[in-house]
Design a binder for this molecule. Structure first.
Ligand code: FAD
Ligand code: SIN
Length: 542
């Protein structure tokens, strides 16, 4: 039936990317922002170390940030996108200042106040602006406060985007976005939201692994939505494992920021011996892929549960003022980081690949944008450098807004089929969903983790096929729930990761396989681009 567009732009996601875009559009467009749970619940809120941004206008500082990003990206960054992003650094921080965000300051040699800069792995200089060790919380709360006050922004919490709605052409490049079906997880009703532009800002997919630093929402929904609608997805083999997640039965998912290593934190074995110098001359400040693999190697070699990160040799006041949240959280678990080392393990942290976009965040479908962790812009290559992610959210929010504002607003009613629940019944076997979630995350951790092999990937592929059939059948017959939607999306993401990993016949950046343990220098580095089959039904319920 004809659906009236009540909004100009539908933004799926209320993290750094989604809310920045909303705020940049709202003076000229009517915007609705969806959030799967509460507005704060996304990776943005949990970000610790900060935002990498060159604040001075010196060409050498810009060049150095570009160079470090390209090195971390192991030959697969798009140099033009890297330059564009790095050059947006100051503008991005100015935008956050305007939203009321506060940053940690210090006094320079002349006694003047200036922004304090962190250093993290892969960075050859201090260039990371931050709010102590809780940068994401300050950023999120500032943006949410501004968005709540804007009359043109509607914020819908507990609204889960089920599927995108597009025109029906077979060729994605001829399709136009029309809106999305959205499940209100409180009322259990599915509604249709029509909009002339839709932006996917749903964050990453790291819940596909058993151990992750990410919150519950990071189930790769946006990647799966875009794939089902016909968009290409790139470089999914490059899943980033953060080297230092707290290892404690009650400290589930808690990150120990890379800034701790930036301030001199040393990695060591239980006997106190250092090991990072055996792997890389930059030791603790090597890029993440190298540090995570080194820890994984030491854990397996010595049969350990974890390694240790020690900052306790620094003055207690310094530790408490630089890392107040980490100090407090560890102390709650009886670890006093001013006196003892922190037990740490690697955990899935960031999705470097994603929905392919151009430099204005356009996807393959007209009117559909992707930005933030869900997108593949070309900035991160085979391994994202620390603190470049929040920068990317801000840069591409700006670029997408520029592109959207160039177009004429259009609220013409469009023909959209109603959501159809006539063929489904309430599920009597929710246990199937919980069991399959668990099984998926376990075999992804065991077979598609930090160190891969063809045999492990094939094992994962086989198990995945069984789950895919079971869940497809279940989805057709039973009423949807958030858990089912997330599982359905995670299965697509897992498939994309496995297929991409099987395609890459070399080890590069975050993708390490025992069957091809070195770089393939015989040809120029290639992105892994997967194209959806010509027609996959967007949804089984319309
Ligand atoms: P998110 O902030 O994850 O937001 C996603 C949003 O999408 C949420 O609102 C969610 O509810 C919504 N959503 C998802 N699916 C749906 C759906 N189906 N329907 C409706 N809504 C949906 N990066 C840095 O640069 N610096 C750091 O210091 C840093 N520290 C980090 C620390 C931790 C612990 C973690 C986990 C990540 C860190 N990162 C850091 C990475 C960075 O935080 C993320 O990449 C970035 O915040 C992603 O922002 P986003 O807006 O794309 O997604
Ligand atoms: C951290 O603080 O270590 C996280 C930084 C990032 O993921 O960019």
């Amino acid at each position: 039936m004809p659906q009236q567009n009540n909004y100009d732009v539908l933004i799926i996601g209320s993290g750094g990317a989604g809310l920045s875009l909303a705020l940049k559009l709202a003076d000229q467009r009517k915007v609705v922002v969806l959030s799967k749970f509460e507005l704060t619940e996304g990776s943005t809120f949990y970000a610790q170390g900060g935002i990498s941004a060159v604040l001075d206008s010196q060409e050498s500082s810009i060049d150095s940030h570009i160079k470090d990003t390209l090195i971390s990206g192991a030959g697969l960054c798009d140099p033009e996108i890297v330059r564009l992003s790095v050059e947006y650094g100051k503008k991005s921080i100015d935008f956050l200042h305007q939203q009321g965000m506060e940053f940690t300051e210090c006094q320079n040699k002349a006694g003047e106040s200036e922004l304090h800069l962190n250093q993290e792995g892969g960075h050859s200089e201090r260039r990371i602006v931050h709010h102590a060790d809780a940068t994401g919380k300050e950023l999120s709360l500032s943006l949410i406060e501004q968005a709540k006050q804007h009359p043109n922004i509607t914020l819908l919490e507990h609204h889960n985007a089920v599927d995108l709605i597009t025109t029906q052409q077979q060729d994605p490049q001829e399709k136009r976005i029309l809106g999305a079906y959205v499940l209100n997880t409180k009322t259990k009703q599915v509604k249709t939201i029509a909009a002339n532009n839709v932006a996917i800002a749903t964050g990453g997919a790291n819940k596909v692994y058993l151990y992750t630093t990410n919150p519950q929402i990071s189930t790769g929904d946006g990647i799966a939505l875009a794939w089902r609608a016909g968009c290409r997805i790139a470089n999914m083999e490059f899943m980033q494992f953060h080297p230092t997640c707290l290892y404690h039965p009650d400290g589930h998912s808690f990150l120990i920021s890379e800034a701790v290593r930036g301030e001199g934190g040393r990695l060591m074995l239980p006997d106190g011996s250092a090991f990072m110098h055996e792997y890389d001359p930059r030791a603790e400040l090597a890029p993440r892929d190298i540090v995570a693999r080194a820890i994984d190697h030491q854990i397996k070699k010595h049969g350990l549960d974890c390694v240790f990160l020690d900052i306790s040799y620094k003055p207690a006041d310094f530790i408490k003022s630089h890392f107040p949240s980490i100090y407090k959280r560890c102390l709650q678990l009886n670890i006093d980081i001013t006196k003892e080392p922190i037990p740490v393990v690697p955990a899935a942290h960031y999705t470097c690949g994603g929905v392919m976009t151009d430099s204005y965040a356009n996807t393959d479908i007209k009117g559909l944008y992707a930005l933030g962790e869900v997108a593949h812009t070309g900035l991160h290559g085979a391994n994202r450098m620390a603190s470049n992610s929040l920068l990317e959210c801000l840069v591409f929010a700006d670029r997408a807004s520029e592109d959207i504002l160039r177009q004429e607003p259009n609220r013409t009613a469009v023909e959209i089929p109603d959501w159809d629940e006539s063929q489904v019944i309430d599920s009597e076997e929710e246990v199937m969903i919980a069991h399959n979630w668990d099984e998926l995350r376990r075999f992804m951790w065991d077979y598609v983790g930090i160190v891969r092999s063809n045999q492990r990937l094939k094992r994962a592929e086989h198990r995945l096929d069984l789950l895919k059939n079971e869940v497809a059948d279940y989805y057709q017959h039973y009423r949807i729930s958030s858990d089912l939607l997330e599982l359905r999306n995670l299965l697509i993401v897992a498939d994309l990761i496995i297929q991409s990993a099987l395609t890459r016949k070399e080890s590069r950046g975050l993708h390490y396989t025992q069957d091809h343990p070195t770089l393939d220098n015989s040809q120029p580095p290639q992105n892994t681009i997967l194209t959806p089959p010509k027609y996959i039904p967007n949804t089984d319920h319309a």
